[in-house]
Design a protein around this ligand. Structure first.
Ligand code: GLA
Length: 382
């Protein structure tokens, strides 16, 4: 599907309420997808921004640079919309300094120790972009690549399909990896993300999404009073460099226990080795449903606005990051300063450093197989 600049395509029903008294004609056309230019990269490559709107007025804007979710407007319990993801007003912000706001992450979300792993007896050295470790796909990960986009539709949903071909050797990874990510905005106020990938050589893959949420609205304050439930009895404890030790540890009796809704801030400053290493929460939880089929992973409630976000995923793990590295140096959308812990991430994924942990679920992809991952961020109120 091609779009002319600022063209609007009506993807749902076009409801025409005819002239009642020979008077006004009202035309509603929802859901919709609209494309606009969003500036150019330093190399002069044009970037597009797509606006998807469902029939409830929920709106998500996604750009072709990094497949980044630039904004996401969802209603509070009174129907008032707010943008619940951190980011920038313009492309320059993302190009200058982006701690992965809203981005697609690949080939490998999270860390690989010393950027090294062995596959079929061959050892590979990946980019080391986080101290000695590899993080989120390397120096120029999928978050900094330009994706090809096209609008996709189904009866009630509006979506954007993004594709990217990652070449053999990119950031040190073996094999040409062809990646497709589809963002769907449903009329149930869900942002559904379907990931798929194929390879021509044995390789590793672990894709995720790195939106920073604040359900009270981006830039309005910290996220410490949000209440969180994680559907997980265990987590993967880490060392100082945030590499898992390999243990799957019970959360019981620790500040990592979110089996019942608990405010993020309730225990974040406790004397605890894991919280000290993470500077707060920056850990992977082992989801109780084990991955493979779509299941509830997390529930978050912001008590004042009443906004609720649920995360469903097919992945075995989820990284909960409490925005510990935000330090007030970033001025985001609308000139708001993003201070310490102004956003949190829930990154559905395989466990960190899986290529070096044979007992963790495998992240190896062979030619002829298809990598798939589905994650849904579902919004409601209470
Ligand atoms: C992930 C990592 C964190 C941090 C953020 C981005 O969540 O686990 O340690 O790198 O991304 O700053």
């Amino acid at each position: 599907m091609t779009f002319s600049r600022r063209s609007v395509i009506a993807l749902g029903l076009i409801i025409s309420i005819g002239p009642l008294w020979g008077g006004i004609t009202k035309t509603e056309a929802k859901p919709t997808i609209e494309r606009q230019a969003f500036g150019k990269t330093a190399d002069g490559a044009p970037i597009d921004l797509y606006t998807l709107t469902n029939d409830k007025g929920v709106e998500v804007r996604i750009m072709t640079y990094g497949g980044i979710v630039v904004s996401l407007q969802v209603p509070d319990r009174d129907g008032k919309l707010a943008d619940v993801v951190l980011g920038y007003d313009n492309l320059e912000g993302y190009l200058r300094d982006n701690p992965y706001f809203g981005a697609l992450i690949g080939r490998y979300g999270n860390r690989i120790a010393e950027g090294r792993f062995t596959l079929n007896g061959t050892s590979y050295q990946l980019a080391q972009n986080n101290g000695e470790n590899h993080l989120h796909g390397g120096v120029v990960g999928f978050d900094k690549r330009i994706w090809k986009a096209k609008g996709v539709t189904s009866k009630d949903d509006v979506g954007l399909q993004l594709t990217y071909l990652s070449h053999d050797g990119e950031e040190g990874y073996p094999g040409n990896l062809s990646v497709t990510v589809v963002y769907m905005l449903t009329n149930n106020n869900e942002l559904r993300i379907d990931y798929a990938a194929i390879t021509d050589m044995d390789t590793i893959v672990n894709l995720t999404q790195h939106s920073y949420f604040n359900l009270a609205g981006a830039g309005t304050g910290n996220i410490l009073s949000h209440e969180l439930m994680l559907n997980a009895d265990r987590f993967t404890p880490v060392d100082k460099g945030l590499i898992p030790t390999g243990e799957l540890r019970s959360v019981r009796g620790t500040p990592m226990d979110f089996t019942k809704l608990t405010s993020i801030g309730a225990r974040i400053d406790q004397q605890d080795e894991q919280l000290r290493f993470g500077l707060g929460y920056d850990h992977n939880w082992v989801l109780s449903n084990g991955g493979g089929k779509l299941a509830l992973a997390a529930r978050v409630i912001e008590p004042i606005s009443g906004r609720v976000m649920e995360v469903y995923t097919t992945e075995p793990g989820i990284q909960f990051y409490s925005g510990n590295f935000l330090d007030g140096s970033i001025v985001g959308k609308g000139g708001e300063v993003y201070a310490h812990r102004y956003g949190f991430c829930l990154e559905a994924q395989h466990f960190p450093d899986s290529p070096n942990k044979p007992h963790f679920p495998s992240v190896v992809l062979h030619p002829g197989e298809k990598y798939r991952q589905t994650t849904i961020y579902k919004f409601s109120t209470e």
